[in-house]
Design a protein around this ligand. Structure first.
Ligand SMILES: Nc1nc2c([nH]c(=O)n2[C@H]2C[C@H](O)[C@@H](COP(=O)(O)OP(=O)(O)OP(=O)(O)O)O2)c(=O)[nH]1
Ligand SMILES: [Mg+2]
Length: 141
C-alpha cells in the first residue's frame, strides 16, 4: 500500500507557498509544498486542511479547495500517492509553526528550486491547472 499524502498548493496572486523540509525527514533539506499523511478515517481533503493549519497556520475551509489531481511516485525506498489541492488566498499570512523556513515564490520560479523528485510532475500538474504550459498558436486571418 502506498503512503497517501495530501498536498496544499497555496496560491496568492502569482505566488505559491513553499516550506523547507527538516533535515532529519525523508527528502530532508529540500523545498516542499505543505502537506502530510492522510490519517486513518480521514479524507485527503480533511487531511490537507488539517496539515495547512498545523504546519503553516492557515485556517482554510474545505469548500475553498480546488482539486488539482492525484499522482503516484515511486522512490526507491517508498511508494507515495499524492492528492493535490489548490487554495487561492488573498493575503500571505502563513506562519512557520514548525520552525521551518517558509517562502512565497513565483510559480514560474519553481523549476529553479530543489524539490523532491516527485514534485516535477506536481509542478507540471499545477501549471496545467493554472493554464500555463500550454501554447496556443494564433491563426492568421
Ligand atoms: N508535504 C510534502 N511531502 C512531499 C512533497 N514531495 C514529496 O516527495 N513529499 C514526500 C516526502 C515524504 O515522504 C512525504 C510527506 O510526508 P511528511 O513528512 O510531510 O508527513 P507529515 O507532514 O504527516 O509529517 P510527519 O508526521 O512525518 O512529521 O511525501 C511535497 O511537496 N510536500
Ligand atoms: Mg508534512
Amino acid at each position: 500500500m502506498p503512503l497517501h499524502i495530501a498536498i496544499g498548493l497555496v496560491l496568492c496572486g502569482s505566488k505559491i507557498l513553499i516550506a523547507q523540509r527538516s533535515i532529519d525527514k525523508h527528502q530532508g533539506g529540500k523545498w516542499e509544498f505543505p502537506g502530510g499523511k492522510v490519517e486513518t478515517g480521514e479524507t485527503a481533503l480533511q487531511a490537507v486542511v488539517r496539515e495547512l493549519a498545523e504546519e503553516v497556520g492557515l485556517a482554510l475551509e474545505e469548500a475553498q479547495a480546488e482539486f488539482v489531481g492525484e499522482l503516484n511516485y515511486q522512490y526507491p525506498e517508498l511508494s507515495i500517492r499524492f492528492s493535490l489541492f489548490a487554495f487561492k488566498v488573498s493575503t500571505q499570512c502563513a506562519i512557520a509553526r514548525e520552525g521551518q523556513l517558509i517562502d512565497w515564490v513565483e510559480v514560474t520560479q519553481l523549476d529553479s528550486l530543489t524539490f523532491p523528485a516527485a514534485n516535477r510532475e506536481m509542478i507540471e500538474r499545477l501549471n496545467h491547472f493554472l493554464g500555463l504550459g500550454e501554447y496556443h498558436v494564433a491563426r492568421c486571418l
